[in-house]
Design a protein around this ligand. Sequence first.
Ligand code: NAD
Ligand code: DAU
Length: 346
Amino acid sequence: MITGGAGFIGSHVVRLFVKKYPEYFIANLDALTYAGNLENLRDVENEANYRFEKGDITDEARINELFDQYQFDAVVHLAAESHVDRSILDPLAFVRTNVLGTASLLNACSKHWAGDINRKLFYHVSTDEVYGSLGKEGFFTERTPYDPRSPYSASKASSDHFVMAYHHTYGLPVVLSNCSNNYGSHHFPEKLIPLMINNIKNHKPLPVYGKGENVRDWLWVEDHARAIDTIFHNGKNGEKYNIGGFNEWKNIDIVHLLCNIMDKKLGRAKDESAKLITFVKDRPGHDLRYAIDASKLNKELGWEPSLQFEEGLEKTVDWYLQNEDWVKHVTSGDYQKYYEDQYAKR
Ligand code: NAD
Ligand code: DAU
């Protein structure tokens, strides 16, 4: 079972697993919230080794029914509320899905796998935000103490703790990974990179929080999916692995880079799009810097990122320009309301 497979990263993981492992049967459990979109999986939806199952990870009866039906050997868990700004608007939605939902899945695994538990695996996909915020120096390692500072990161940290608690208490085999910021195709345009691409294209203001000095470590989403594949197959039971791009950027520099790339692609005058940059009120509790030390994953399992950022960003811009219908569908209705609530007052 892959949970959250209709979302941004989940759809890349589903695509990789369905195509690379025809001998696996993969059920994708997803509630199709605003962030879940079956259009992300059009190219695999008719594959013989794949099935979509609509359902909520907090719905115990539904999870039990699926375990009875499919007799899962493994769960790769990505379903989550994933946007920090939304967690500030509605924290309890994050407690519900990220904490209660993860605990419900863990419960179902330990119940259904009792007797044969050592041959199973629960893979929990988590975030570097659980480690808190760095100053100008240093990196997050797997031993960095947890210090979550937003409702989103607190809910993910809690879910990580539940995963380890089920491992220690019930002997559930688990692996866990904490990844930095992803970018690439099918990224919902509430997040920095796709939001800026969409606004540049439509000549809308580019809302940069604070002074734009916050730093994130960006990774091509397909490299994250490859890392998940590597850890799923070769990671050690009970261990966690950091995943990152060795690729730190200030937000303002990314926005300028996107403006330059898009001015060229859209035939606009040099520096035309940068005029849209608008500094707005900062995100409350905004973490200054994330940077991942992914050397454990590199040394022990041989994974490394495949793409340079500038090349990945060009590919990403091309995907958004070539998939206008996808953007139109996900930015209609609820998106407009969210956008007004989030940015009107800034
Ligand atoms: P996303 O918001 O794009 O997708 C989340 C998916 O989960 C959606 O398809 C949604 O419908 C589904 N979902 C939400 N609530 C659900 C529920 N209650 N029951 C069943 N399905 C539900 O998220 P994403 O960016 O693809 O992130 C996937 C995972 O990776 C998350 O666990 C996130 O914390 C983690 N992560 C994300 C990033 C990143 O940069 N986006 C980086 C590191 C880790
Ligand atoms: O680090 C991993 C995390 O990365 C994941 O766990 C989260 O699911 C994912 O959403 C992402 O969190 P961030 O908060 O870092 O991503 P976001 O794209 O929301 O913001 C990136 C940076 O850009 C952050 O410093 C805030 C800033 N920003 C964001 C938006 C949406 C702006 O300046 N303006 C904006 O409009």
